[in-house]
Write a new protein. Structure first.
Length: 140
């Protein structure tokens, strides 16, 4: 996991995130991870309880991701364009940004997103991305 943490920290630096905290996250069946959150001020300047609440939120999100991964359906296949849209969604791009990158309209991106949600039995971008990652359908 140390290499994953280093890669995560490198991404934070590349994004220009200066004020952040990170936590080790522990999941079922040794599905451990590292989560972080960025803040507009130094972590030492945050109100009492903010770091505890942040850790709780990240831990809960990690456990939910583990549950989603457990329900994955291995029979799903994605088109090349669906994979492209999903990879960009997973990297945090908006529909407009995805459309610009792929030279398609935001409405077309929304159509692909709807198809992805149906195929992956998801209602949001995070769930769709996690399921696709678990199935090996995309890499981020």
């Amino acid at each position: 996991m140390e290499e994953d943490v280093k890669a995560h920290l490198d991404k934070l630096r590349a994004l220009g995130v200066r004020n952040w905290v990170g936590f080790a996250l522990y999941g079922p069946r040794n599905r451990d991870a590292f989560g972080s959150a960025g803040f507009s001020s130094e972590p030492s300047e945050l109100a009492e309880g903010v770091l505890t609440a942040t850790h709780s939120i990240l831990s809960s999100a990690h456990l939910q991701i583990c549950r989603i991964m457990d329900r994955a359906n291995p029979e799903i296949s994605l088109s090349q364009r669906e994979r492209q849209v999903l990879e960009l969604m997973g990297s945090g791009k908006t529909s407009v940004e995805i459309g610009t990158i792929l030279a398609i309209s935001p409405e077309t991106v929304k159509t692909y997103t709807k198809r992805l949600y149906e195929k992956l039995e998801a209602n949001d971008r995070v769930t769709a991305t996690v399921r696709a990652l678990k199935l090996g359908l995309v890499e981020l």
